[in-house]
Design a protein around this ligand. Sequence first.
Ligand SMILES: Cc1ncc(COP(=O)(O)O)c(C=O)c1O
Length: 461
Amino acid sequence: MTFAAAYPAYAGTRALDDLRAREYPLLDRLGQVYLDYTAGNLVPVTLVDRHHRLLCDHVLGNPHSMNPASALTTTFINQARMSVLQFFNADPSEYLVIFTANATQALKLVGEAYPFSADGEYLLTFDNHNSVNGIREFARARHCPTTYAPIVLPEMRLDDAVLASHLTRRSAGGHRLFAYPAQSNFSGVQHPLDWIPLAQKHGWDVLLDAAAYTPTNRLDLSTWKPDFVSQSFYKMFGYPTGVGCLIARRAAVAKLQRPWFAGGTITVASVQGDKFYLAEGESGFEDGTPDYLSLPAIEFGLQYIRDIGIDTIHTRVRCLTGWLIERLITLRHSNGAALARVYGPRSCIRRGGTITFNLYDPKGRALDHRDVEARANAANIALRTGCFCNPGGGEIALGITGTELSSCFRQPGHETHLTIDDFRLCIDGKSTGAVRVSLGLASNLEDVGAFIRFAESFLLV
Ligand SMILES: Cc1ncc(COP(=O)(O)O)c(C=O)c1O
């Protein structure tokens, strides 16, 4: 079947071809095949131009001062905040937006301030970015137990019954936080958003890591009401970098206990009185001077996505993802052995445009992902290899067991220091990583075709 016959909806996304020519002209001019959208979206010309004009046409000062230049900056920042709430359909009386440097800082804000205690719990999925895994160290410091809910091959989803057994467990009395990604940055799996009300019904606060989801999916916070949402804007629209946010329910924010105060976060702090008063709302969480020249560009970025239409982006990425996987898994060596093993769903149902796999020789031996990457680089194809900061996903996909890991980490000399090469030796020949390609708003059928031709170059006749 042809692509057009298999994915008729793609024809409705043709506007994105014009957009690609207009906003990302270098891609085709330089013959670059960009397949790393989960790491970062590309910079559109329009956003740079609009931001450049704004900076040239206004006098902007540090928003912590009280002069006209700072007042104007504050106006732009407030507009940006409102535009985030509007974009995600979040009611301002229910949610607030805390600007951060990136999703990681948003997650850290929650981790360091969540009231973890010995009778509380931190529950998270195996499938998580390290910036969510890292929150367990804040829990540990407060003697709060952490539980991981496993994901299961081949689709790398959770077993709903197992998750439900965790969520419905009786509480020991303390606060309980459940964290998961709306979309996996390893396998592309989209975990159900209806876990949010289920968890909340049983007393959990829910931290939804939306960093890999929002670039190609609609997140409607009037339907789904997680307590915390983490987000990096460069993944959504490519420019600017250095700005993310925590969208948080006001009721959940009230539970957070900030471990310190800083410039910008207090109403009053005293040296001799040894006291500080935290500012209310988002200000209490925005440490120091924000990236105030970049923040106004967030409104432009959200407008850019709105003008294109997030559903159009979603449809295009869904069609290309389905086609890429179908083509990749049918590639076979002359002896009939499959070239690729895809980790995660092989259809485009309940998954996004992140596809992770390893390539194999005719005898079924995995090709080193570093060699695949080197050849891709030489062919001007941008992809990613490794474990993508998602060790839980990697360990399940690659069959690395907890026992193997523990014995590796216990070896003499590995107490405090372990290089990636030590780790490779340690797990004895098993692949330590995989190859990831990811699609985004400027992807087209030619990109997928170029990738498939590249994959075919590994076929041995
Ligand atoms: C699912 C997910 N969460 C969190 C992050 C962290 O984002 P950042 O590095 O922008 O803080 C990433 C980055 O790739 C991600 O994919």
